[in-house]
Write a new protein. Sequence first.
Length: 291
Amino acid sequence: MRYINLGCGSRCHPAWINIDIAPCGPGVIAHDLSRGIPLADNSCDVVYHSHLVEHLRPEDALRFMKECYRVLKAGGILRVATPDLERICRLYLEKLESATASDNDGARDYEWMLLEMYDQTVREKRGGMMRHYLEQNPLPNENFVYQRIGEEGRRINRALRSSAVGKPLSSDQSSRPIFLRLGELRKRRQRLVHRALNSILFYLLGRDGLQALEIGRFRLAGEVHHWMYDRYSLSQLMRAASFQDPITQSATTSQIPQWSSFNLDTLPDGTVIKPDSFFMESVKPAELAEL
């Protein structure tokens, strides 16, 4: 059986073919999926991707789904995890009612739900407003936020707080490992080149033009969400790519044999890694396999 994990990030499994634009584990294939999937037609039994499709423009998402269809064998399974727009909207309305009823806890939860709806779609710099919210120590509504972002969110939060606090560098630079000093020199050189290039662009484009260029570069870099999905719109996207029988699953249920043992949507103890997700699977039909 040939199983493919696209845009795997740090969640990969040695029994799968793991592909990501920026590999962060051994054996992960480096590839930009906007250029297609680097596999032959009808060569895979399962294609899986988590929190990837929302980062694509709708027209690019359809092309990507057609690529998933192309590499699957007849009867192959596509499994998709993506943020659950329906659940976000329902929670937003629930917390809005609480906030307008002068419920302080509900008001704080409302602030977070508003960020879930909009921040990663409209942000113009890395981390956006959500980053600033998570850097608070302590979080004003920690239990609710962690219910939404799960264990992976806790890890991100710890990293954000650590970077916000920062650590002073040793005054004795010569005592630091050579690879750290060389790394800092490279970063310093990159900053100088970037600063010089920005000076030239500022002269050519002006302040507004340079700002527009920087925002555009950021929004094309892959961090922002270009669309969001619910159980209806994702099923329609799958059907448009010629898949059949879209069905909603949970983090632990799947048509993929022994799914839970791979720990891609859950930790070994069964904890859901991204609780803000919903999960959907569909099948490449045999009668359309040659189209």
